[in-house]
Design a binder for this molecule. Structure first.
Ligand code: 5AD
Length: 350
């Protein structure tokens, strides 16, 4: 197994069969070896720096009905909210003071935010904070809308592909959504010039090691600048309420494999990882991740953006506790970087 890890570190890809073997039969020893290689790889590119992004959860209204997600439209128990431009600008002003230079605007697919309103929000943030990057994560939109967001000043876009396998995709989503269209959106985002992020859940219902190998190979083909993965965690008001959560160990192992595949990718230790393990964030960093995304949403709405049960929203998770975060990373030898933290690939091409 360690030989497969060495090969991945050297040539950055493996056959599907090799990925399946690694994923289906890794041991704690293999995971530790992969983490050590991944850490070295990340340090060769990023030294001991961790990039921070302030996450603003715009809206939990969503037109979609993904079977796994707590803010799916048919969850009538979700208390819905949306933030107006002025509230968003308060969050970014506070975030700027706290040292954030990237703001991630994430939300359900909420038609209330017309293309015109979103571009107004984007250009207002850019006007107030010209030295900051804006990342959007507002789902599937038309190519023209993506272009309008980009022209208004948005720099990056996160859209997880969720699963690369069309059959698996159709078991997680209603028929009006397709994996093919989601992949089309990702290609548009790249064409337009966004630093693009994709990713998937680990341990989502019906997922097989083959599915995960396909996810890795899909990413090898897409070559995103950012990759977000986290364990699936059930939400009590969804059809998958009774499905057990994904494994923290497998998530960490996949983070290491992704780091070895993409030495310069921006790879967050996600909230879902921190939700299942009190030191999940640190474990993620030690497995090769190099980004964290503390929550900057207004306190009053934080417990409403519930994609899954027990999602962290306060404590370490909160942007206001950045000093705690800094201290915790300091303990493991890492340092928070205060700048936009663009993909090294973009910097090189500038
Ligand atoms: N568990 C873990 N992650 C989830 N997401 C949505 N629902 C869940 C869940 N139950 C993830 C999806 C989505 C991102 C915003 O959150 O991958 O792309």
């Amino acid at each position: 197994m360690n030989r497969l890890i060495d090969r991945l570190a050297a040539v950055h890809t493996l056959s599907k069969a090799d990925f399946v073997q690694l994923i289906s039969s890794f041991t704690p020893e293999t995971a530790a070896y992969a983490a050590e290689c991944a850490r070295k790889t990340a340090q060769a590119v990023f030294k001991n720096k961790i990039y921070i992004r302030g996450l603003i959860e715009l809206t939990n209204f969503c037109r979609n009905d993904c079977y796994y997600c707590g803010i799916r439209r048919s969850n009538c128990h979700a208390q819905r909210y949306r933030l107006e431009k002025e509230e968003i600008l308060c969050c970014t002003a506070e975030g700027y003071e706290l040292g954030f230079r990237t703001f991630v605007l994430q939300g359900g697919e909420d038609p209330y935010y017309t293309t015109q309103y979103m571009t107004d929000i984007i250009s207002s943030i850019k006007q107030q904070h010209p030295d900051c990057a804006i990342t959007l994560s507002v789902g599937e939109q038309s190519k023209d809308t993506y272009q309008a967001y980009f022209d208004a000043g948005a720099d990056r876009y996160l859209l997880r592909h969720e699963t690369a396998d069309e059959m698996h995709y159709s078991r997680l989503h209603p028929t009006e959504l397709s994996g093919a269209h989601r992949k089309q959106c990702l290609r548009w985002l790249k064409e337009i010039g966004f630093q693009t992020g994709s990713g998937f859940m680990v341990g989502s219902p019906f997922q097989t090691p083959e599915n995960l190998a396909d996810d890795l190979l899909f990413l090898a083909d897409l070559k995103p600048e950012m990759i977000g993965i986290g364990p699936f965690i059930p939400h009590h008001d969804t059809p998958f309420a009774q499905v057990p959560h994904g494994s923290v160990e497998l998530t960490l192992f996949l983070l290491s494999l992704l780091r070895l595949m993409f030495p310069d990718v921006l790879l967050p230790a996600t909230t879902a990882l921190g939700t299942l393990d009190p030191i999940g964030r640190e474990k993620g960093i030690l497995a090769g991740a190099n980004v964290v995304m503390p929550n900057l949403s207004p306190q009053a709405v934080r417990n409403k953006y519930m994609l899954y049960d027990n999602k962290l929203a306060t404590g370490m998770e909160s942007a206001q506790h950045i000093a705690d975060l800094r201290a915790r990373f300091d303990k493991i030898g890492y340092e928070i970087q205060v700048d936009r933290g663009d993909s090294p690939r973009i910097k090189m091409s500038n």
